[in-house]
Design a protein around this ligand. Structure first.
Ligand SMILES: NC(=O)c1ccc[n+]([C@@H]2O[C@H](COP(=O)([O-])OP(=O)(O)OC[C@H]3O[C@@H](n4cnc5c(N)ncnc54)[C@H](O)[C@@H]3O)[C@@H](O)[C@H]2O)c1
Length: 252
């Protein structure tokens, strides 16, 4: 089991893709640090994993809050004495709002969770990883980080930004043993919701694009990619964006 004695931290791990990623790393022997703003659901996930004998701790917190993000990273070293993998997965969507309809609330929330959060956790994790010879940061981006026809303006901007953060982190720290990669899922059967009434313009512009989605992926399929990217088998992959979208983005 490749991840025995390795510590993997996952944000947004209470449900959906994050929970699937936690389960997949647990199956490979990893010890887990899990964060989510949804405290009760997070504890359900933590208890399910504990019942299977997994070494796991959970912390309720808002990843867009720097103190909560720092506390989550610090929990890894406090509990397990090291941190090998960070999966920045927590994310929110933006009701497909185009920029002309953008509200400050949607913009700030989306930037806070999808972009500030991964920066906060990465910033805090880097010294910890460097102390132990390196690590892997996996950012869960989206096809909306590759093109402009997959979401609203805020979500699209954050996922493009997250890919920029991924590439820069890879370039800056690759020589010191830290790899940073992004996964760009298309549609995933995760239970994610739009977060409110969608924009009519957004719906009408994005609808035809959604009609071209080849198929919806299962959470497990995204989790498998994350485990591979964090493993030694992916040692030459750094700064790359891996589309896990059943070919959706290949269609343009
Ligand atoms: N589902 C899809 O089709 C899809 C496609 C592309 C990318 N993604 C990305 O995958 C990631 C996971 O999405 P999902 O589909 O599992 O969604 P989800 O809504 O099922 O899960 C997201 C998790 O993040 C948590 N979260 C939300 N805000 C948070 C905050 N401020 N602090 C901490 N945790 C917070 C939620 O409580 C939830 O448990 C997101 O980054 C999303 O953008 C999803």
């Amino acid at each position: 089991m490749e991840f025995t004695d390795k510590v993997v931290l996952v944000t947004g791990a209470a449900t959906g893709i994050g929970k699937g990623i936690a389960e997949a790393f647990a199956a490979e022997g990893a010890s887990l640090v899990l964060g989510d703003i949804a405290g009760e659901k997070l504890m359900t996930t933590v208890n399910e994993l504990k019942a299977k004998g997994v070494k796991v701790v959970g912390l309720k917190g808002d990843i867009s809050n720097v103190n909560d993000a720092n506390a989550l990273i610090d929990l890894a070293s406090k509990t397990f004495g090291r941190l090998d993998v960070v999966v920045n997965n927590a994310g929110v969507v933006d009701r497909f709002l185009p920029v002309g309809e953008m509200t400050d609330e949607v913009w700030n929330l989306t930037i806070g969770v999808n972009l500030n959060g991964p920066m906060y956790t990465s910033r805090r994790a880097i010294p910890e990883m460097l102390q132990h010879g390196g690590g892997v940061i996996i950012n869960i981006a989206s096809v909306a980080g590759l093109g402009g026809a997959f979401a609203g303006a805020a979500y699209t901007a954050t996922k493009h930004g997250l890919i920029g953060l991924t590439k820069n982190t890879a370039w800056m720290y690759g020589a010191q043993g830290i790899r940073c990669v992004a996964i760009a899922p298309g549609g995933v059967n995760s239970g994610i919701t739009l977060g409110g009434e969608p924009s009519a313009l957004g719906n009408s512009r994005l609808g035809p694009q959604f009609g071209t989605l080849p198929r919806v992926a299962e959470v497990k399929e995204i989790a498998n990619v994350a485990v591979f990217l964090a493993s030694g088998k992916a040692s030459a992959i750094n700064g790359a964006v891996i589309a896990a979208d059943a070919g959706w983005s290949a269609g343009g």
